[in-house]
Design a protein around this ligand. Sequence first.
Ligand SMILES: *[C@@H]1O[C@H](CO)[C@@H](O)[C@H](O)[C@H]1NC(C)=O
Length: 181
Amino acid sequence: MSNAASPEVPLWIRTWTLVSSLVVIWDFGYCLLRPLSMEGGSLNFLWKPYNLYAKELKVQQDPKKKHHVTIPLTYKNTAFMNGIETLLNFTYLGLLKSGQVNVGQANLVGFSAALMTLSKTVLYWLIEPFSGYQHIGHNSLKDLIILWIIPNGLWIVVPAAIVYTLGKDLNHRLDVNSKQD
Ligand SMILES: *[C@@H]1O[C@H](CO)[C@@H](O)[C@H](O)[C@H]1NC(C)=O
């Protein structure tokens, strides 16, 4: 049974995809609409929780480096890639809901989106260990845990679990198909 393709996508996958996509949009709204979204700005009421804590990690700036790696969330290239990912995420949820395609076909979209999220987050995360923690090493442990380890960890562990679960489902469907040929 555990090897069989599942007729239904587990609720935790659908919930995470929806909730995390909304969180990402909310976070990007904050970055894109600065300074209006910041404390004192006219749109700050939408981002009140950001005021409760430091808004972002203090990232060491080195004026000599032109293409300094700061928090990629503020970069347009990341925003662009996130846009594609969000589109895939909502396409996945839409396909599941509409029933226009079978679950396996929808899962191919969900699998691809989760793999994108996973590799992007791992890449982002590896910048620090491979650079001797030079950009974030000066932050307090508490700041690091709340603003770096937990969010990145969550966006690695959950997409990895989705890749595994949906990958197993797709693998089974392909296996069954090839045996019918
Ligand atoms: C897309 O969905 C994945 C889960 O598959 C989630 O981790 C990620 O945050 C979502 N990405 C965006 C940009 O909405």
